[in-house]
Design a binder for this molecule. Structure first.
Ligand code: OSB
Ligand code: MG
Length: 367
């Protein structure tokens, strides 16, 4: 594919309700979109970075810089084979996975359009629909959180995940469990704890959590292994897993029993498939994580989650979970039994990007 042009567009889309994690409180989804033009087609990618370096060291400023000054020069006015060969070319760049993934994702979209095959077909997906879970932020009071849980259970969400942080953990879990004794419940600490908190995590065992997501810091594979051996509840790694090598090490030393794959955190779909395959060989179920993305990223997540070892409910909600308006036609919408249909050339279902919606949300562009 000969790459004729690349645009970087920055958009802002307000959340309908503030989303608070252990690291910050989000009011607006500030995002970078990438458009890659080739042979009469446009491939779209969404950079999953945030306005600041909270979830990982990247933010939209650093991602923009890396995309513009290091990634675009690798492909612009060049004939490239596709997303996999692009990833090989990024070997010299340390970190900056979210920036790399944005371009890689756009190249998958371009490949899909040029070959007229769905992403599901290109990567060998097997599911026609995927199950949806909900991720709920830290709320001002327990009552607010219980109301939110009630609301999303009524919509049929298959798993309820609540964010925790030091000081807002055991009491919250206890309160939620008492109110909802039977729901599939998980917690996400976003790396806010250390092994000093081991007694706290032992206390979580009483509440029948399906897993604890990323309790310790991202680099603490060894400490996660110590923690996993001390508690019954499975650990699910998120931030710690950026590559198939991280995955191999985590599995070898028993740092987790489940992995959340975010293609953005792992440089894209190419590496995510390898992580998926290694987990499958080792009986480690995976699910698709989310970054409160807009429609472009959301739709690509749905396709990735069609691979066979994506066995648990995903953080790929309908767009209306976070936003009043989104940037795909149709909007990403959950079905009656709270699943999302995987776009596919077999069922003929596909999403288009809504350029007018992007125009309305645009705050700057670099073209
Ligand atoms: O750790 O999974 C996470 C949102 C922003 C940053 C990190 C995370 C999250 C979520 C929301 O939990 C997932 C979603 O619904 O997109
Ligand atoms: Mg997480």
């Amino acid at each position: 594919m000969f790459i004729e042009r690349v645009d970087i567009i920055r958009v802002n889309n307000p959340f309908t309700h503030p989303f608070e994690t252990s690291f910050t409180k989000f009011l607006v989804r500030d995002a970078l979109l990438i458009k890659i033009y080739s042979e009469g087609h446009v491939g779209y990618g969404e950079c999953k970075a945030f306005f600041g370096p909270f979830y990982c060291p990247e933010d939209n400023g650093t991602s923009h810089h890396i995309i513009k000054n290091f990634l675009i020069p690798l492909i612009l006015h060049k004939d490239i084979e596709g997303p996999e060969s692009f990833i090989e070319q990024t070997w010299f760049i340390k970190g900056n996975n979210l920036a790399i993934a944005a371009v890689e994702n756009a190249l998958w979209d371009l490949k899909s359009k040029i070959e007229n095959k769905s992403l599901k077909t290109l990567i060998g997906g097997v599911y026609d629909e995927v199950k949806v879970g909900v991720s709920l932020g830290i709320e001002p009071t327990l009552k607010d959180l219980l109301n939110k849980i009630d609301h999303y259970l009524a919509e049929g969400y298959h798993r309820t995940k609540i964010k925790i942080k030091p000081g807002r953990d055991l009491e919250v879990i206890k309160g939620v469990r008492e109110a909802f004794p039977d729901i599939v419940l998980t917690v996400d600490a976003n790396s806010a704890y250390s092994l000093k908190d081991i007694e706290l995590f032992k206390a979580f065992d009483e509440y029948n959590l399906a897993y604890i997501e990323q309790p310790l810091r991202e680099n603490d594979l060894i400490d996660h292994s110590v923690l996993q051996k001390a508690i019954e509840t499975p650990i699910c790694l998120d931030e710690s897993i950026e590559s198939v090598e991280d995955t191999r090490q985590a599995i070898e030393i028993g740092s987790c029993k489940i992995i959340n794959i975010k293609s953005s955190r792992c440089r894209g779909i190419t590496e995510s498939i390898k992580i998926h395959d290694l987990c499958m060989e080792n009986d480690i179920p995976v699910w698709c994580g989310g970054m409160t993305e807009l429609g472009i990223g959301r739709v690509q997540n749905i396709s990735l989650a069609s691979l066979p070892n994506f066995k648990l409910a995903h953080d790929i909600a309908g767009s209306n979970r976070y936003f009043k308006e989104d940037i795909t036609i149709p909007e990403v919408k959950i079905s009656k039994d709270c699943t999302l249909i995987v776009p596919d050339d077999v069922n003929g279902f596909k999403y288009e990007v809504d350029e007018d919606a992007i125009d309305k949300m645009m705050v700057s562009r670099d073209i």
